[in-house]
Design a protein around this ligand. Sequence first.
Ligand code: CP
Ligand code: NVA
Length: 305
Amino acid sequence: MKPTHLVSIQDLNSRQLLELLKNARAMKKAKKPSRKLAGKTLGLIFQKPSVRTRVSFEVGMGQLGGQSLYIGPVELEQGKRESAKDMALVLSRYLDAIVTRTFSHSDVVEMAEVSSVPVINGLSDESHPCQALADLLTVQERTGKLAGVPIAYVGDGNNVCHSLMESCALAGAKLSIATPKGYAPDPKITGWSKQQAKKTGGQILLTEDPVEAVHGARVVYTDVWTSMGQEKEKAERIRIFNPYQVNESLMRKAAPNAWFMHCLPAHRGEEVTGAVIDSPRSIVYDQAENRMHAQKAVLLMLLER
Ligand code: CP
Ligand code: NVA
C-alpha cells in the first residue's frame, strides 16, 4: 500500500524509502521534463519563510507538467488566521496536493487527518522529511550506498535531526548524534528509529560528545542552533552549542576525507566555520539540488494512482 501523505518519514517503510530514492536518481539522470502531473495543482501553504523548499517544489511540479501556487506567512498571518483543519478542508476542494510548512507539527497531522488530497510536510517543529530524502540521496551519490555508512550529526536534536534519524534507520545507515544535555532528539522518535534500525541492520547512537560522534564518520552533518520560531533563545543557544561547532579540528576527527553536509540556510561562524562549509568536502549545494529530485519522486508516489 502506497502512503497517502508524507507527514513524517514514519509514513514510509524501508522498501518505499529506497524505492523513492531510486526513482529520484532515475529522474535526476534522465533530465527530461514529463507531463505525468499535467492538469494538477500543488499548493504550498507556508507559515514560515523558505527558499529551497518553495523553489524546489514549484520547479519540480512544473517539470512534471503540473502547476503550483504559494500562500506565505504574510497571507497566513503566521498560521493564526484560521485553523489548520479548516484550511485543509477548504484547500482540498481546489488543490490536488498540499505542501505545508508549520510551526506546530500537530497542524500538519490535523491537515492530513481531514484533507481529501495528499499532505506533505515541508517542515514543522518536529520533522523535515523532504530534507531527509534529499540528504540520503546525496549520501548515496557520494558513498555508493546507505546500509552501514557511518554518519554523524552534531548540534541540535531538532526537526532535521529527527527526520535524518528516521531515514537513516530505515536505510540501515549508522547514525551517531551528538547534542548538548537537554537538546537530545525526542525520545519517541529515537525509540521508533532504534526499533527500525534493529530490523535493517542500522544503528542509532546518542552522545553528548561531538568527538565520539564523528569518530570514523564518512559524513558529518549539522544544522542551525536556533531554528525558526526559537529566535528568543538565540543568545543562550549560542553559548550552549559553542562546543558543538563543526570546524576543521572536528572534521579531522572524522574518517579521512569525510563529507560535510548541512540542510541550509547556514550561519558561518556559529554551527559551522566558513573553512568547512566552503571547502571541497562540502556537499551542501548537491543536497539543495537533490531536494527537487527527491520531491519529484514524492509527488509521483502520492499523486500517480
Ligand atoms: N533546507 C530548507 O528547508 O531550506 P528552506 O528553509 O529555504 O526551504
Ligand atoms: N532546523 C531549521 C531547519 C531549516 C531548514 C529550522 O527549523 O529553522
